[in-house]
Design a binder for this molecule. Sequence first.
Ligand SMILES: [Zn+2]
Length: 182
Amino acid sequence: MTTFDALIERNQDFASHRFLKDLPLMPTLRAMIIGCVDPRVDPALLLGLGLGEAVVIRNVGGRITPATLQTMGMLGRVAQSEKGNPAGEFHLIVLQHTQCGIARLEGDPDMLASYFGIGKEGVTAKAITDPHAAVAVDVAALKANPALPGTWLVSGLVYDVTTGLVEVVVPPAPLASPESNE
Ligand SMILES: [Zn+2]
């Protein structure tokens, strides 16, 4: 059986046994996760997400880039049209991981600068070889973005591909600090 045929067969099994009908568009856990495309680090699997529970955005490294922010902006518009319930906490979780392939792009600062929408001089500060530093950089980038709802709780996790465990590098805190006047 080819990979393609196997996947279609798995879908038929899914539709028969695990499909949930009439799920709402809005994530029922009120969570958005930004993670890496690496097949070892699927956020749904390692965080135990079920269908409909969380929005997941995946890119190389699970990084905050102009494209990530564009996607989040589009999702914000979709949520507005859905007239979702604005009350209650909403979790924005940045999930990066050890042994990430993005570190192998270290020798290509032009590609990385383009990816992050920055000049080459800024690439070092993106800490692509150090997920603990990188996740803190990206949480800081989200906190510095005034377009995002200040009440959202943002956190930063690093998943260890050798143990299966996540480490809380940045505990959940509001995007906008309460003492700021914004
Ligand atoms: Zn990765």
